[in-house]
Design a protein around this ligand. Structure first.
Ligand code: PEP
Ligand code: MN
Length: 350
C-alpha cells in the first residue's frame, strides 16, 4: 500500500500515519521527496480500511498496489484454470469453446425442450441451459416450473447426453437444484447475493457466475472470490452485458473488452451470453463471433422451439434452425481460431 502525504503535511501527521500502520504490523518505508513524503506500507491490507486511512489529516491518497483477488487472480495462479465439467468436457485454457444452448425458461411443453436439446446436441453444443427457477423483473411474469422443470432437464440429459446448466436463485434451493444440475448458474441479479455465493462455495459442482447488470469487472471478480474463498474453485465467469443508456436497439451493452481484461487478471474461464447482452435475435450471430474472436472460452445462447410463444425472452431466442445455421458458422470459426492460435497470429494478420 502506498500512502501519499500532502505537500503541506506536518511531521506529526506523517508520524501518526506511520504509527497507526506499525501497530498493525506493517513495515514502513519512508520516501521523503523535496515536495512531499510518500510511505510504502508492507503488510496485510485486510487489517486496515484504506478509506479510513485516506481520511487521516495530511493524507492525500492511498493506493493499493496488489489486486484484491487472492484466489481468482493471476497473482495467485498464473496458469489458466481448466474445469472438468463432466464426461470429459473441459472448459478454460486452450480447450475449444464450450457451447451452452437452450430456452430461457423450461416450460410445460416437454417435447419442445427435447426438440431444442436434440438440435443442440446434433449441432455440436455440449450443455443444455434452461431455467426452472426464473428471476423475473415483474412478479406477474412466469416464475418457472421449479422442480418439475428440473425433471424435464434431467430427462433431456438422459435422452441426449448433454450436460445441464440451470439457475439457483436462493440458498435453501441449492441442494434441490444441485441434485439435478451438472452446472449451477448464478443469475446477474444475484451476483452480489453474498450469502448465496458463500453457500455455493460448499457445493461440489461448477458454477456459472453471471456479471451483474451494473457490476464493474472488479466487483465481478470479487463475487467469484466469494465462492472460491468458501471452497469451490470451479467458477465460470459469464459476461452478459451491462446496463447502458440506450436500450432502444440493444437490451444491454455487451462488454467485449471484459473478456481480455478478465483473462489478464484472472485464470478463470470466461464465457459470453450474447442473448441477454443484446436482447435481439439478429445480433446473436455477430456477437457470438466477436466473443470467440476476443478469446471467450464458451458461449451461452438462448434457443427456443417456438420463440414467438416463449414464456420468457422470446425476442432474443433463436429458432432451432437458426441455431443450427449459427453452429455451422461457429464451428468454422472455432477451427480457424484454433489454427491461428497454433501459428504466429501477428504474422498471419499483418
Ligand atoms: C438467464 O440466463 O435466463 C437470465 C435470467 O440471465 P441474466 O441473469 O443474465 O439476466
Ligand atoms: Mn433469459
Amino acid at each position: 500500500m502506498i500512502i501519499v502525504m500532502e505537500p503541506t503535511a506536518r511531521e506529526d501527521q506523517i508520524q501518526k500515519v506511520a504509527k497507526k500502520l506499525e501497530t498493525l504490523d506493517f513495515k514502513i518505508v519512508f520516501n521523503r521527496g523535496e515536495v512531499m513524503t510518500v510511505l510504502a506500507a508492507i503488510g496485510d491490507k485486510r487489517l486496515i480500511d484504506p478509506a479510513s486511512l485516506a481520511s487521516m489529516e495530511g493524507v492525500r491518497e492511498v493506493k493499493l498496489i496488489q489486486e484484491p483477488f487472492k484466489l481468482s487472480g493471476r497473482e495467485s495462479k498464473a496458469d489458466d484454470t481448466v474445469i472438468n465439467l463432466k464426461n470429459g468436457i473441459k472448459i478454460g485454457g486452450k480447450n475449444p469453446p464450450v457451447i451452452m444452448a437452450g430456452p430461457c425458461s423450461v416450460e410445460k411443453d416437454v417435447e419442445g425442450l427435447l426438440k431444442v436439446a436434440y438440435t443442440a446436441k446434433q449441432a455440436g453444443a455440449q450443455v443444455l441451459r434452461g431455467g426452472a427457477f426464473k428471476p423475473r423483473t415483474s412478479p406477474y411474469d412466469f416464475q418457472g416450473m421449479e422442480e418439475e422443470g428440473l425433471k424435464y432437464l434431467a430427462l433431456a440429459r438422459e435422452k441426449t447426453g448433454l450436460l445441464i446448466a440451470t439457475e439457483v436463485m436462493d440458498t435453501p434451493e441449492i441442494d434441490l437444484v444441485a441434485s439435478y444440475a451438472d452446472i449451477l448458474q448464478v443469475g446477474a441479479r444475484n451476483m452480489q447475493n453474498y450469502k448465496l455465493l458463500k453457500a455455493l462455495g460448499k457445493v461440489g459442482k461448477p458454477v456459472i457466475l453471471k456479471r451483474g447488470p451494473a457490476a464493474s469487472i472488479r466487483e465481478f471478480l470479487l463475487a467469484a472470490e466469494y465462492i472460491m474463498y468458501a471452497g469451490n474453485p470451479d467458477i465460470i465467469l459469464c459476461e452478459r452485458g451491462v446496463k447502458g443508456f440506450d436500450s432502444h436497439y440493444t437490451r444491454n451493452i455487451l462488454d467485449i473488452a471484459s473478456i481480455p481484461v478478465i483473462k489478464k487478471y484472472s485464470h478463470l474461464p470466461v464465457i459470453v451470453d450474447p442473448s441477454h447482452a443484446t436482447g435481439r435475435r439478429y445480433l446473436i450471430e455477430p456477437m457470438s463471433r466477436a466473443a470467440l474472436a476476443a478469446g471467450a472460452h464458451g458461449l451461452m445462447i438462448e434457443v427456443h422451439h417456438d420463440p414467438e410463444n416463449a414464456s420468457s425472452d422470446g425476442a432474443q431466442s433463436l429458432t432451432t434452425d437458426q441455431f443450427k445455421a449459427l453452429m455451422v458458422q461457429l464451428n468454422k470459426l472455432k477451427k480457424l481460431l484454433q489454427e491461428l492460435s497454433h501459428s504466429n497470429i501477428e504474422a498471419v494478420l499483418h
